[in-house]
Write a protein that binds this ligand. Structure first.
Ligand code: FAD
Length: 339
């Protein structure tokens, strides 16, 4: 389980990953660029492996007649804590995303329970007695270094990769909200390396506790302006939409940018980007990053006419490759857009 514990923490160290993504190590460790997939894999592994580990621990104690160790030894006590919190950390994320217990379905509840990983990690630092360390019992080191680095990384992101943008412009459409932010030079530089990528935003006038991730793309006429399109999908995005009855300017806290899933696109000179609906936003980042040096082609299925009209009218889809757009909505398009 040790490598999986390291992976599960490393893949969420966003500052360290942003740093390593600029180094040659990113060529050899896919988890630097595809962190979330590795996080999910390692998390699932731990979720099940912990039961196998516990079953054999219990069998050994049973066969040795030492079952009282379950309540009296640090291994037994911390093991019981871990076996209780691990399903709370993992199962809601694995199974209750779209169906199952309605109470556990909201993202904020699942995320809050996910933070029990601190109990898991700190508790298990005492799982192995110090006397076992020479025989390979280095779990306390693995866990304390992983949790310590993860915590430092989160502070770093909050303190040094976060900025307040006072003059953020909000454009309200019926399906969502487009926001335009004049970002700092630090942000522009990192967005360039991240191929625009994505960032977390907090709108304190909606809820100062919630940070939500959105893909970044550049204003085609001004690269110092980073934009996002927030599709109305759940409680928070709907609250943002209803708080904005008309186009306006308000402050935003933004944290990032972090590398985009289209980061590998620079390896290809004839690219085909495939997107559906609001999935167009990371593709827009790739279009603006590569349209002057590569051939970029886009295949986009979209049913929201306003979103389609918006991105076409504002010239986000201007590039020299093919744009194959499958409009699947019911409402007729404006004639100039149709043409
Ligand atoms: C890297 C990344 C880029 C994204 N880019 C865009 C984009 O450009 N435009 C866009 O409209 N949406 C984007 N999303 C999705 C967007 O983050 C969610 O739609 C938004 O957070 C929903 O919040 P809610 O409270 O309104 O909805 P909820 O009802 O809470 O959730 C709706 C869905 O969004 C997921 N979600 C909610 N909060 C978060 C969060 N903090 N982190 C990750 N997932 C969450 C939930 O699991 C659920 O599947 C992106 C997500 C990620 C992870």
């Amino acid at each position: 389980m040790y490598p999986m514990i390291v992976i599960v923490f490393f893949t969420k160290m966003k500052a360290l990953q942003t740093f390593f993504a600029k180094t040659p190590y990113s060529m050899y460790f896919a988890m630097i660029t595809e962190g979330h997939d590795y996080h999910v894999y390692a998390g699932r592994y731990i979720a099940f492996d912990i039961w196998i580990h516990t079953a054999f621990h219990l069998l050994r104690w049973l066969s040795q007649g030492n079952m009282e160790l379950l309540g009296t030894s640090p291994a037994g006590q911390t093991g019981m804590i871990a076996i209780c919190v691990t399903p709370l950390i993992t199962f809601p994320m694995m199974y209750f995303k779209r169906k199952g217990c309605a109470l556990l379905r909201p993202y904020e509840i699942r995320k809050a329970m996910h933070y029990l990983f601190y109990v898991f990690a700190v508790g298990l630092c005492w799982h192995v007695p110090v006397s076992a360390i020479p025989n390979g019992g280095f779990l306390p080191f693995v866990l304390s270094i992983s949790i310590g680095l993860y915590t430092l990384d989160s502070f770093y992101v909050h303190l040094f990769m976060c900025e307040k943008i006072e003059t953020t412009k909000f454009n309200v459409l019926s399906s969502g909200v487009k926001i335009s932010m004049p970002v700092s030079e630090r942000f522009q530089r990192q967005a360039f390396h991240a191929r625009n990528g994505f960032a977390y935003i907090n709108l304190p006038w909606v809820d100062n506790k919630q940070w939500h991730p959105f893909s970044l793309f550049e204003d085609p006429n001004d690269p110092s302006i980073q934009e996002m399109f927030l599709m109305k999908s759940g409680d928070w995005t709907k609250a943002v939409h209803s708080a904005l009855a008309r186009d306006t300017t308000r402050p935003v806290w933004i944290k990032g940018p972090f590398p985009s899933p289209f980061g590998h696109a620079s390896s290809y000179d004839n690219q085909i980007l495939v997107a559906s609906g609001i999935g167009i936003t990371p593709a827009l980042g790739a279009i603006s990053a590569f349209k002057s040096t590569r051939r970029v082609n886009l295949i986009w299925a979209v049913r929201d006419p306003e979103m389609l009209e918006f991105f076409m009218e504002k010239m986000y889809l201007e590039h020299s490759g093919w744009n194959l757009i499958f409009y699947t909505g019911k409402k007729p398009l404006k004639p100039d857009i149709y043409n």
